[in-house]
Design a protein around this ligand. Sequence first.
Ligand SMILES: [Zn+2]
Length: 183
Amino acid sequence: MSAFVLQIQDLDESGKDWNFAIGRDWLASALADTELGPGSQDGRLQVHAQRSGMDVLVQGHITSRLAATCARCLEDVALDIDLAMTALFSPEHTRPDDSQEIDVRLDEVNRDYYGGREIVLDPMVREYLLLEAPMKPLCSEDCEGIAVPEHLRPPAEVFGDAAPDARFAPLLKLKEELTKNEE
Ligand SMILES: [Zn+2]
């Protein structure tokens, strides 16, 4: 069920304010098919909506805490989201044929459409949260990742810093000779 709904009849040209809680239940279901989940507390969605003819300009402020997993060490990470949302909603019948998906960009006026007598903000809020959450969340910038147990570490010579293998000595000598000849 939609949680963030504005009734068209409540809107006027001078604008009106709404204040919604972004519940953890809502986050859990909206983010169910992502790697994110609800954080330790409810978020908040503040909205100022203003009608101009049949268009409705919605300016919002989203604050929310999400739970993610550190991309390196797999520990839980709390993501604090705090961002502005700006969207212009037009009647469904004005939607261009080629735009079915909402394409949300930060710092831009995003367009979406409404049918009937209400504007449902849920998909827009979800898009903003996904856009703002990092692709690879980290518990800290210098997270070292999961420590590899000693017995699973490859021997040091696998990495290049050990002395060259004795079997390469003839080749190295040859290379030295060739370089000398070039001079
Ligand atoms: Zn980490």
